[in-house]
Design a protein around this ligand. Sequence first.
Ligand code: PT1
Length: 275
Amino acid sequence: MASQLVCGSYHLSLELPLVMGIVNVTPNSFSDGGRHFDAARAVMHGRQLVEEGADMLDVGGESSRPGAHSVSTEEELRRVLPVIEALADCGVPLSVDTVKPEVMRRAVAAGASVINDISALRAPEALVAAAESGAAVCLMHMQGEPRTMQTAPSYGDVVKEVRAFLAVRVAAVQKAGIPGERIIVDPGFGFGKRLAHNLALLRHLDTFRGLGACVLAGLSRKSMLGEITGRKVSERGTASVAAALLAAQNGARILRVHDVAATKDALAVWAAMEG
Ligand code: PT1
């Protein structure tokens, strides 16, 4: 694994785990303020997460929760571009959470320096778009697609299969000209996986460090934590912090979370113990 992550003009040390704060830009059905209101709310939220200590922000305009439907390129651009433009000066690198090459290109032009793709740049043109952009990339494993991925997840050896998939994608990305210090890998917790699969991946997270890229873990508020604790999404904060800490202990160097302040505190305790 590289000792730093290079994204845009930022060189982030990977000695301690980094916290990536989640900024969702999806329409709020409970307000009638419209697009500008939704964008302004997302920008305020992003600035709040930077104040809480986020090392980077992940801006996404298309939900990938189980059962979610995809949105058009035009709609996704309308959602994320104003937010990325407004947050470009926020002091930390911006990631764009998208599977669409056009959104990747436009987001990087607007100020994003990480492309976070839950389909690991498998869309036609995505590899070229990412390589030409100069951004860092996050390659995530997913079985199926969000709308149907939790219908019948199935593996022989989940850890081996996810590792083999990521190794192939890392090789493809390197062949396209993206160096190891710009590559992040992610086993994709909750993406076409049952609880036992997710727990095996968490337990063996350190095996992904051998891929020549840094490891990202996204466990925040996910249904696996609901299955373990019996709690609904709004009550999964404590379980999320515990899961993030375990991921860090097992080798994750980027933690994708909603609750930045709490996660930073937990990591500070761990870092103090490590000395
Ligand atoms: C993730 C991730 C992501 N997760 C990366 N990007 C989401 N790199 C969006 C559930 O089981 O882990 N890594 N972008 C959110 N997706 C989900 C998936 C949300 C599953 C919830 C669940 O509840």
